[in-house]
Design a protein around this ligand. Structure first.
Ligand SMILES: [Zn+2]
Length: 407
């Protein structure tokens, strides 16, 4: 049975402030008011990430003979241009430091990917465009430069986090990465920027790294890359989307808990469609927070895609700005409590080019501890009719996870 004290909209507030205080509620106060903050956010950017153009079609696939008008591939540069502008123009801009990124070296990319795979990506650019996964992942003119810039800029953000305690850094990059395996492209992802950063952190002074992936899709590439590793805890909160082609069998089940020495260090939380803000509060409180605390990492890395938002054409989890703000707050508090504030955020999916930007703005507000955040200009109020089913699902997932890991 769902916990009725949690299902009541008013009781979102009651969840807040219990001893495991990794949750706090968003507040609707005056729009655009920035209250005190004890943090700043460093954002890393390189213009070459805009060079990647996957083209047009029937959504992310080849044109349909039924359609007269093709539309842009959803993984368009516009989406992160809007995130950049929101962070530059919004009232939190004074709390954000911007930094130039760089291209990665091949040796850095090969900390995660195989040499053969990197060769195949570079070769694909000789005959553009190429659907390198046989599906929606495209290499076009400029894609290789963009992919190298995305990986290198993520590594610059990592270096800043490792060099400064209490620093949150955000790599605002594309193409995204979390579906890419060590030798496989997938799901609009060419190089797994986050996984390259994790391998790099472990080569530096980190003994253990926790990855929290709140992109709406399962972080299958990151999971597979570290599945047998006890030094990397991978957690993915996603919707159970199913397969999207031969290159992408369905993954992300609760039963995938890691193997060998990595058993117990992979956590999948597949939430029902429409779960909403309050179900994510419950997930962070009852599963993610305690698991990361037990793991006690030296660094927390967030795959911070925004496609769990209410308006995303690729997501069905219906989060609002408030939900994303809570995720940012939890991430910040976990990093503060467990690893001297070391927090790295990596851009992943998020395809609604307006609302993704508002949601990333809300994540930044959460990280910065903004007390009077911006009012949401678009969302349906998810607190009004929160269905009970997601709460029951979270409890079932949590119980199943405990049984699998303890059994
Ligand atoms: Zn996604």
């Amino acid at each position: 049975m769902p916990n009725p004290s949690v299902c009541s909209p008013k009781n979102v507030e009651l969840v807040i402030g219990i001893p495991l205080s990794y949750i706090s509620a968003g507040q609707r106060i005056a729009p655009g008011v920035v209250a005190m903050s004890k943090h700043k956010l460093a954002v890393f950017w390189h213009p070459d990430v805009l060079l990647h153009d996957p083209g047009r079609g029937c959504y992310e696939f080849e044109s349909s003979p039924l359609m007269e008008i093709d539309e842009p591939h959803p993984e368009t540069a516009d989406r992160i241009v809007n995130i950049r502008s929101a962070l530059r123009r919004g009232d939190i801009r004074k709390l954000i430091d911007w930094h130039d990124g760089r291209h990665a070296g091949r040796d850095e990319i090969e900390r995660f990917h195989t040499e053969e795979y990197v060769d195949s990506v570079i070769a694909a650019e000789d005959t553009p465009p190429v659907r390198i996964d046989g599906s929606g992942t495209v290499v076009n003119v400029g894609s290789v430069d963009a992919a190298f810039a995305a990986a290198g800029t993520t590594l610059d953000a990592l270096d800043a986090v490792l060099a400064n305690s209490n620093l949150a850094a955000y790599a605002l990059v594309r193409p995204p990465g979390h579906h890419a395996g060590r030798e496989t492209p997938d799901g609009n992802c060419i190089f797994n920027n986050l996984a390259i950063a994790v391998e790099s952190a472990l080569r530096a002074d980190c003994q253990k790294v926790a990855v929290i992936d709140w992109d709406a899709h399962h972080g299958n590439g990151t999971q597979s890359g570290f599945y047998d590793r006890p030094d990397v805890m991978t957690i993915s909160i996603h919707m159970p989307l199913g397969s999207w082609g031969e290159n992408h069998p369905e993954t992300g089940a609760v039963e995938e808990i890691g193997s060998g020495e990595g058993k117990g260090f992979n956590m999948n939380i597949p939430l029902p469609y429409g779960s909403g803000d309050q179900a994510y509060v419950k997930v962070m409180q009852e599963m993610v927070g305690p698991a990361v605390a037990r793991f006690d990492p030296d660094l927390i890395v967030i795959a911070c895609g925004q496609d769990a938002n209410q308006f995303d054409q690729n997501g069905r989890n219906l989060l609002s700005m408030r939900g994303f703000r809570n995720l940012g707050r939890v991430a910040r508090e976990l990093a503060d409590d467990l690893c001297d504030g070391r927090l790295l955020l990596c851009q992943e999916g998020g395809y609604a080019i307006t609302y993704s930007a508002f949601c990333m703005y809300a994540v930044a507000e959460g990280i910065l501890g903004i007390e009077k955040p911006m009012e949401d200009p678009l969302a349906y109020d998810a607190s009004i009719e929160q269905p009970a089913a997601p709460f029951a699902a979270v409890e079932q997932i949590a119980a199943r996870w405990r049984a699998l890991v303890d059994g």
